[in-house]
Design a protein around this ligand. Structure first.
Ligand code: ARG
Ligand code: ZN
Length: 875
């Protein structure tokens, strides 16, 4: 079944009030739903009532307290139909159903994790709990009563504020929760079990006290301290930055170990993958701490962008996700370093969204059709969706942007809104026409800018010719010209920006060129010397740029660009250029050579007094193999790319060996550990140096020493990773792997790192290594975190290992996807997206990938999720 945006119709029926009673049992949980059903004004009295279900077993049904006659309704697991509902405008429908949380392996609806009950309802999981109008534009006020055996589940949580609680017969007890804010069913949540609480308090800007709770497995309370701090900082930040205050008496977060995604913003009761809550120096890396901060913030920010203002339908998913990602990026930029955050965010966008946009799974930020909505929680909706919001701010300026956001909250609070509503507030506050800009929501594909520049010294003019094009994507062959806000600078020989006297050929405002036509010829006057052109500063638009810029200019920018993002971009661009050339040479069996200036710029960057260590770490990190593959674009040979990357790393390492050793030594942690951004930055740089130093010395000694002396997980994991990458099979690597396993064998979250590090190690041996690791007692195909750390890492971060030329990697993935699919379709579908760039591989691999995809497609009883991905990938 295909769902289409243009088919949207408001619901004939509304459910203003929902009262749920759960009697919890692992195998037979009873759910009584008492729904106040109301016919929407103007809807014919003869209209049938049809509620969504998914695998529902109906036990009893009544209307206004009177059981329905058997012939007067039809109940299938997928649907409840009452052909002739009461003629009254409003009536009470009571439905009793039964479900088995213990048998729920899809992790949607109500399920069991670590002996506790929990729920996940977005997008369409609520219909696995009871029949309902399970669509985001049906908002209801919920009252929830949970009954459970006290011994099994002393803790009973649901959305909203706590109400009465007490004892029942036979060792049972109950708790009631009331959420005064009308919400769609996807935000419903319930947690019951035996968990420890970390409690705190937050006083909002208007002086209201909010009780904060983070619930984790007993004994892990200390590992929730950082998440609690991050939560309080998020709450303060949203007040200060957007004027948004929290609106309930309690805010609870629960960490569970079986979760399909990162976390979920259920009203007042966020449920998290424990990976994004638990952290301390021994068990979590700096990257883990940063992720926790970002995701805690993200889910909290959803309270306004997602919950108070929700989505009219699932086509509008980016309305809440793109905007909330934008907000959490801003938060991290404010809490940490803006330039470093921006570089990291763009790297993520390019690594995840660009390949999506450039392959068979490309779709607009606001899709027009889907078969399985779970497959649209994508980098395009989230990451590109955030970029689009960022561009609105670039176009309007910070002040108008804020006024627009204020208007959005004022105008749409309590509503289920659309992208059109969102764009309109910015048009209204600024008086600008954003209709062309809106194409960013509607048109898929990464725009490309073809740029050429000519300088005329006599006339003192610089002419920039920019031609935009958007490549065809599935279902969209012809594209319209987009409004692209392109920030730029003209950099003089001394590294400072220079001003021109006038510009023509495009609107230029505050350092931003507004491209609106397919082709612009932009003339800058008053420039007797040719400046270096710094384009797309701050990555103001998510585009690719083809610009054959003179090497000298690119090196000037890599050394001096005042915009740190663009300075990083220039260096990374030089590295990519060198890598692409080297990969080509290696494939052609020619000698590859690397220009010495590149090593020199790396050295200057490391030695700079002005740059922060976190920036230096990013600058010295070579583009990933997948980045290089994407830039090459077609006929990819992952082996040649890996060789080129090792070659360049070796050249930079050898040229700068002494300096890198002393930098490595000078950055040693001096005692205390703190996860703050500055300390993390020093560790990041030190660990980048560790890799180079290991290459330069051709010895595992320094990494082995770091491993043994590591006082925190960042340094330990980095050393282990360098050992397994650079000295696989060495005594040092083997010993460190064994030590890690001995230390953390009982801690699945930490063991995920051990699986991950081994999954990345390149080459033909990876397939068998991964197979062997799958039999490790700590591994399980039933837990998404385990599957993602071993299998997901192998298929997405190990280019040579996964794309083994004989197709053994593809076959392994097929086997795993097919065995996971019957239990957890969301997970199998997600795994299968690793095939999305198959068409850009060289021929032998391409044919193997095609064969494997066809084999999956032909398998019996595929889930809708996996079928959708495989069919679109092959199409
Ligand atoms: N809304 C959640 C978040 O981004 C993600 C939930 C996705 N769930 C799903 N079944 N696809 O914060
Ligand atoms: Zn979200």
């Amino acid at each position: 079944q295909v769902f289409r945006l243009e088919d949207y119709r408001p619901s004939d029926w509304l459910i203003p009030r929902t009262s749920l009673t759960f009697r919890l049992d692992p195998d037979r949980t009873r759910v009584v739903a008492e729904l106040t059903i109301e016919r929407r004004a103007g809807v014919a009295v003869s209209t049938p009532l049809v509620l969504d279900g998914d695998g529902i077993a109906l036990l009893a049904i009544s209307v206004d307290g009177v059981p329905l006659e058997p012939g007067s309704y039809e109940a299938t697991p997928q649907q409840l139909t009452i052909a002739a509902p009461p003629r009254a405008r409003s009536f009470r429908l009571t439905i009793e159903t039964e479900t088995a949380p213990s048998a729920n392996t899809a992790l949607m609806g109500i399920y069991r994790s670590g002996g506790n009950y929990c729920t996940q309802c977005e997008a369409e999981g609520f219909r696995r709990i009871t029949y309902f109008l399970d669509r985001p534009d049906v908002l209801s006020v919920y009252k929830v009563r949970i009954e459970a055996r006290r011994a099994e589940a002393p803790l009973l949580l649901a959305n909203g504020n706590p109400g009465p609680a007490g004892e029942l017969a036979d060792g049972w007890h109950f708790a009631e929760w009331f959420d005064p804010h009308p919400k769609p069913s996807y935000l419903f949540a319930l947690v019951a079990g035996d968990l420890a609480e970390v409690a705190d308090e937050f006083v909002t800007m208007s002086g209201r006290k909010v009780r904060l709770g983070i619930f984790v497995e007993h004994g892990k309370q200390d590992r929730a301290a950082y998440a609690m701090e991050a939560l309080k900082r998020s709450m303060r930040w949203d007040e200060e930055t957007f004027g948004r205050e929290y609106d309930l008496d309690v805010f609870n977060i629960v960490a569970v170990s079986d979760f399909n995604m990162g976390a979920m913003e259920n009203k007042g009761l966020n449920i998290f993958n424990d990976k994004y809550v638990l952290a301390d120096r021994e068990t979590a890396t700096d990257a883990d701490f940063a992720n926790i901060e970002a995701i805690i913030a993200h889910e909290y920010f959803h309270n306004w962008t997602g919950n108070r203002i929700t989505c009219r339908d699932w086509f509008q998913l980016c309305l809440k996700e793109g905007l909330t990602v934008f907000r959490d990026h801003e938060f991290s930029a404010d809490e940490r370093s803006r330039a470093v955050e921006r570089i990291a965010d763009v790297r993520t966008l390019r690594a995840h969204q660009f390949p999506e946009d450039q392959g068979p799974l490309a779709h607009p930020v606001r899709p027009r059709r889907y078969r399985e909505i779970n497959n649209f929680y994508t980098a395009t909706v989230y990451e590109k969706g955030s970029e689009v919001v960022g561009m609105i701010r670039t176009i309007l300026g910070a002040e108008d942007f804020r006024r627009g956001m204020d208007l959005y909250f004022e105008r749409h609070d309590g509503e289920a809104a659309t992208i059109e509503d969102f764009v309109k507030v910015f048009e209204d506050v600024s008086g600008r026409d954003l209709s062309q800009f809106s194409l960013w929501y509607h048109q898929a594909g990464t725009p490309n800018l073809m740029v050429s520049a000519a300088h005329d010294a006599n006339a003192a003019t610089l002419t920039l010719e920019i031609e935009q094009s958007v490549p065809p994507t599935p279902g969209e062959s012809r594209k319209k010209a987009m409004h692209i806000p392109l920030a730029f600078g003209l950099v003089g020989a001394d590294g400072n920006d220079i001003a021109c006297s006038s510009v023509s050929g495009a609107t230029v405002e505050n350092g931003v060129i507004h491209l609106r036509k397919r082709r612009h010829v932009i003339r800058f006057e008053g420039l007797p010397e040719r400046p270096a052109i710094s384009l797309n500063r701050g990555f103001s638009a998510p585009v690719t740029i083809a610009f054959d810029q003179p090497l000298q200019e690119r090196m000037l920018l890599a050394r001096n660009d005042g915009d740190l993002f663009s300075r990083w971009q220039a260096l990374t661009g030089l590295m990519s250029g060198a890598l692409i050339e080297a990969a080509g040479a290696i494939r052609g069996r020619k000698a590859a050579k690397i220009a010495p200036e590149l090593s020199q710029i790396c050295l200057e960057t490391v030695r700079s007094q002005a740059l922060e260590p976190a920036y230096k770490a990013l600058a010295l990190t070579l583009p990933a193999e997948a980045d290089i593959a994407r830039e090459i674009g077609s006929n990819i040979d992952p082996d040649a790319i890996l060789s080129a990357r090792n070659l360049l790393a070796g050249v930079i390492a050898t040229a700068n060996a002494d300096s890198f050793v002393s930098t490595y030594e000078s950055l040693a942690d001096t005692g205390g550990y703190s996860p703050d951004a500055a300390s993390a930055g020093r560790r990041a740089l030190r660990n980048v140096m560790l890799d180079y130093v290991t290459l330069a010395t051709a010895s595992p000694d320094i990494a082995a020493r770091q491993y043994r002396g590591a006082g925190n997980m960042t340094d330990r994991a980095a050393a282990l990773s360098v050992l397994t990458m650079r000295h696989p099979g060495s005594a040092e690597a083997t010993e460190a792997l064994a030590d890690f396993e001995a230390r953390f064998g009982n801690d699945p979250l930490v063991m995920d790192k051990w699986f991950q590090i081994q999954a990345i190690a390149p080459g033909d041996g990876a397939v068998d290594r991964v197979r062997a690791l799958m039999t490790h007692p700590g591994f399980s195909l039933g837990n998404p975190n385990r599957v993602r750390s071993l299998i997901g890492t192998y298929t997405t971060a190990n280019q040579t290992g996964f794309h083994r030329i004989d197709g053994a990697g593809y076959e392994l993935l097929a086997e795993i996807a097919l065995s996971v699919d019957p239990k957890n379709p969301q997970l199998s579908a997600r795994l299968a997206t690793a095939f999305r760039s198959w068409r850009s591989l060289e021929e032998a691999r391409r044919e193997r990938a095609r064969a494997t995809l066809s084999r999956i497609k032909a398998a019996p009883a595929l889930s809708a999720d996996l079928r959708d991905i495989v069919e679109r990938t092959l199409a």
